[in-house]
Structures are given as C-alpha cells and as structure tokens.
Write a protein that binds this ligand. Structure first.
Ligand code: SF4
Length: 335
C-alpha cells in the first residue's frame, strides 16, 4: 500500500494550471452530397504545458481535422459546428478571423505534412522568414528579421547561405527543416506537427525526429504530434491520444499506453506493429476497415471490428471516462 502511495506521488499528474489547451465537446462536420460526415465528434481533450501529445489513429479517423480545427483552419466543406476550445484561457472560437490570424503563427503554429505545398515556390526562403516575422512582430526591421532567420538556420543545422535558395533547390529533408524553423521562429507556445516526416526516407526521418526533440528542449514548446506511425509517437510523445472514427477512444501516458493498452482498438493497433526482437513473428492484422462516417455504426463505433465486443456494445455508446490516474477510455470493458 505504501509502495502504491509512493508511486501515486511520483506520477505527478498535471494540474489544472498546467492546461495550455482545453478542448470540450468539439464537433467538426463535413456537408457532402451523400450527407453529413462527423469528422470530429464530441471530443474532449486537454494539452498540458511543455508536453508532447501524440494524436494517433488510422487514416481518416479525424486526427488531422482536429489539428486544423485547433487553428480554425478546417477546409471547406468542413465546419466547426459545436464545442469550445480555450488556449491559455482564451476562447479560440470567440475570436474574429483577424484575431485568429494573429494567434496563428505567433502563438500556435503548424508544421504541415508536405513542405512543397506550404512553401511558395516563387519566393526565396529568406522572404518566407522575413514575411512571417514582420507580419507578427511589429517594429522589427527587415535586417533584424534576417538576423533571426539566420539564427534559426543555425539551430536547424543549415548553412545560412541557403536562405537565399528557392524551395525547389533544397532537399526534402531541408525543406522540412525550413518548415519547422518557420513554425518556431516566433516562439509559438504550441506547435501542431501533422505527419511531419511522412514524405521523407527513414534516415532523414530519424534526423528530423532528433531535431524536433532538440528544438523542443531548447524552445520549451508544447507539441501536438499527429501521426499514423506509432514508432514515431513512442519516441517523442509524453502522452498519447487515440482516435477512432472521429472519437477519442483512449488517452494515457505514453509508457502506460504502450505497455498496457486498455481499449481493444489501441490493442489492435499495437499488435499490428512489428517487434524486431521477435524472430519469425506473425503480425496481427486488424479485422475490417474504419466505418463510413456518414452512417457510423450504432453503439460503440468499433463494435463491428472488436474481438471483445459485448452484447450491449452494438446498442449503447460507451462514455469516455477516466479509468485511473491519467488514463481515459471509452469502452464498456471499463465501466
Ligand atoms: Fe469493444 Fe465494446 Fe469496448 Fe467497443 S465498447 S471497444 S465494442 S468491448
């Protein structure tokens, strides 16, 4: 018992004052010809200051939509139709478009999947940095902005001369570094990294992950890391949030989640990961495919694929609730 109490004390759960971003009952819908797709459906999530939160799930589970919704950048025909989001106590959904544009980049920034579509091919890299800095930092001169850009290139491990290159003159890895630098140059408190290494080969991917780790330490930023790659999330995240069919199904500290996943969907995701320590391992393949979000299954959305489904699972939706310190899940196995 004493040991358990000592463990509880050591765990140091985040406190209310540690919340940087609070999301409650967030709903994002897409109106398409066939009906209404519930991309993010009644999601509650807290992001704590200084942490890296991994947001994982299969394609089209709603994780990228969540990332874009935080910045109010959901693209048409998508729309935030309900819920609340507070960033440092500021109600993001009550902000005008102009106020939101100021918050974007300066306080919350995003690293997108594909730098080639985010960088203007007709602009040199230094122009991207100068424009970003001058838009948000009033009173800064062009020369000062350029100095800051050079300092950032130093941190990114790129020769400052490359600032005068155009995006197509840089390698894929360098372009992603440039994007990371653009997200950090204003010292944003929260960085949302959406599949930041998807378009890179494994060696460059490892370099970018190391760079993200280093810069996170250096800048003390909070990061939401959106990825379908659980290996990357295991390496970087302090906590992990698992999404399935627009809903959050499990949130837990990284070690606990990878050690002992609670939700059958998380268990399936982890079982499908190869273990390099086990020879001739037979990989588990999760049965079925994610559901159609226009007509999602009744009850628990995972029930048609769940190997542990109970009779009630097809009728009643399990509530998302705390099952023990720092661990949340939505599953009738943990009533
Ligand atoms: Fe499986 Fe039922 Fe839990 Fe859903 S609620 S994950 S169907 S056991």
């Amino acid at each position: 018992m004493d040991g358990m109490m000592a463990q509880e004390t050591q765990r140091q759960e985040p406190q209310e004052q540690d919340v940087l971003l609070r999301i409650r009952d967030l709903q994002v819908q897409y109106q398409v010809r066939a009906g209404t797709t519930r991309g993010v459906d009644h999601v509650d999530l807290d992001v704590y200051k200084g942490e890296t939160l991994g947001l994982v799930g299969e394609s089209a589970c709603g994780k990228s939509t969540m990332g874009r919704a935080i910045l109010r950048l959901v693209s048409e025909p998508g729309k935030i139709v309900g819920g609340q989001m507070w960033f440092n106590g500021v109600d993001l959904l009550a902000k005008s478009d102009v106020e939101m544009a100021r918050i974007r980049g300066k306080e919350i920034s995003m690293i997108f999947q594909d730098p080639m579509t985010s960088l203007n091919p007709l602009q040199r890299i230094d122009q991207h940095y100068i424009e970003t800095l001058l838009t948000h930092e009033r009173g800064l001169s062009k020369a000062q902005a350029l100095r800051l850009a050079k300092g950032m290139f130093d941190n990114l491990g790129i020769q400052p001369e490359r600032l005068s290159d155009y995006p197509h003159q840089l390698s894929g890895g360098m372009r992603q570094r440039v994007m990371i630098g653009l997200a950090l140059v204003l010292n944003s408190q929260l960085v949302i990294a959406d599949e930041p290494t998807t378009s890179l080969d494994v060696i460059v991917e490892a370099q970018i992950l190391d760079l993200l780790k280093e810069l996170k330490q250096q800048y003390g930023m909070t990061m939401v890391l959106i990825s379908h790659n659980l290996g990357i999330v295991a390496e970087l995240a302090d906590r992990v949030a698992v999404m399935y069919a627009g809903k959050l199904v499990e949130v837990a500290p990284s070690l606990a989640l990878f050690d002992q996943p609670l939700h059958p969907y998380t268990q399936g995701l982890l079982a499908s990961l190869p273990n390099i320590r086990v020879e001739d391992e037979e990989l588990h393949v999760m049965f079925g495919a994610p559901p159609d979000l226009i007509h999602p299954p009744t009850g628990c959305r995972f029930h048609p694929r769940c190997p542990r489904a109970l009779p009630r699972c097809a009728q009643e939706e399990p509530p998302y609730r705390q099952v023990e310190g720092g661990r949340w899940t939505a599953c009738w196995l943990y009533p």
